[in-house]
Design a protein around this ligand. Structure first.
Ligand SMILES: Nc1ncnc2c1ncn2[C@@H]1O[C@H](COP(=O)(O)OP(=O)(O)OP(=O)(O)O)[C@@H](O)[C@H]1O
Length: 330
């Protein structure tokens, strides 16, 4: 039965309710099948020398949900993200996004297919302005099309569309006043917002966030949480890695737990931390000391160098490729 109140708030409540309904009767087993998975991974293995960083037998991510991926330090969460999004090459394994095989697909094509990620250490290039970072989000995630770039009327139209989309997102993320500031002048939290806004330039279906709350001061916490919930309200699927259990409890519909490279448990956020397998994994884990300022800075430089190399490969920040349904299928 629909009364006036439920109708008035239908947009927000329906999405959350639909996500929760999808998980309602699921077993709490690792790899449990979901009613409508957008992402399905099988036997994904990544080794570094003698260390097996990832060994995921089977996992599914439910479409339209906010799913948290948690686990102790070194569990393989970021490495697993890297495999799925084409930023690193798995030793073996297969995975599909919307039913389409994605293993071996390079990062910009993964993004073009509608699956984007953000980074633990934000990759916002500090020597580019906020707007330039946004424009780069459209181009860099989509790759270059040499022939289209030769037809000025085509790319001029796209340039306008890209600028318009960037402006719209900057307003939504309250970064429009910073449009012409260097990304390097932003606070940690503002960089996280920029990273999320930049990922949305390609209108993704699945947004993968790597520790969206790390380094964010409390003043921006609620705003970031709101933006993540908003992604689901707009029909996107969210998979995020996070250590902050308050955030996990607050926003996720379902939690997947990794330890020592494998998925060891799944369940609702309200009870997952009382699962014995999860307690054992956290108690048995080696706890790293938090990174020092200089270690964080060094990692940021490394991430920027990697991104700069990537930009160099894809050829700068001009002449982005158009986005059409036909192009996305390629
Ligand atoms: N490029 C690499 N070379 C060698 N070992 C690596 C590399 N990347 C990750 N590892 C190792 O793989 C394991 C998994 O690391 P990963 O960063 O994926 O874990 P995580 O769950 O994301 O951890 P955290 O929560 O601390 O970010 C760790 O033991 C890590 O040291």
């Amino acid at each position: 039965m629909h009364d006036a109140k439920t109708t008035a708030t239908a947009g927000a409540t329906d999405r959350k309710a639909a996500a929760l309904a999808a998980f309602k009767d699921l077993a709490r087993d690792p790899g449990v099948p979901k009613p409508d998975p957008i992402l399905v991974a099988d036997n994904v293995v990544r080794r570094f020398g003698g260390l097996t960083a990832v060994e995921v037998n089977h996992v599914e991510v439910q479409r339209g949900s906010i799913t948290a991926l948690i686990g102790p330090n070194g569990a393989g969460k970021t490495t697993f993200f890297n495999q799925l999004t084409g930023f690193d090459t798995a030793d073996s394994g297969t995975w599909t996004f919307n039913g389409r095989a994605m293993n071996g697909v390079p990062a910009h094509k993964v993004a073009r297919a509608g699956m984007v990620r953000t980074f633990q250490l934000t990759k916002a290039l500090s020597r580019l302005t906020v707007m330039e970072n946004m424009r780069l989000g459209a181009q860099q995630q989509k790759g270059e099309n040499f022939w289209r770039a030769l037809i000025p009327s085509v790319w001029r139209g796209q340039e306008e569309e890209i600028t318009e989309r960037a402006e719209e997102l900057l307003v939504r993320f309250k970064l429009d006043a910073k449009r012409d500031d260097f990304a390097g002048s932003l606070s940690g939290g503002q960089r996280k917002l920029l990273e999320m806004a930049r990922a949305l330039m390609v209108r993704p279906e699945l947004v993968m966030l790597d520790e969206p709350m790390a380094g964010v001061n409390p003043a921006l916490t609620q705003s970031l949480l709101g933006h993540v919930k908003d992604l689901r309200e707009q029909g996107m699927t969210v998979l995020f890695v996070e250590h902050d259990m308050d955030m996990v409890r607050d926003i996720s519909d379902w939690v997947i737990v990794m330890a020592q490279g494998a998925v060891i448990a799944e369940g609702p956020p309200s009870t997952i931390m009382s699962d014995e397998r999860v307690i054992d994994a956290y108690l048995g884990a080696h706890h790293d000391a938090p990174l020092s300022e200089s270690e964080l800075e060094a990692q940021l430089h490394e991430a920027e160098a990697a991104l700069e190399a990537e930009i160099h490969e894809t050829g700068g920040i001009t002449a982005p490729e158009p986005e059409t349904a036909e192009e996305r299928q390629k």
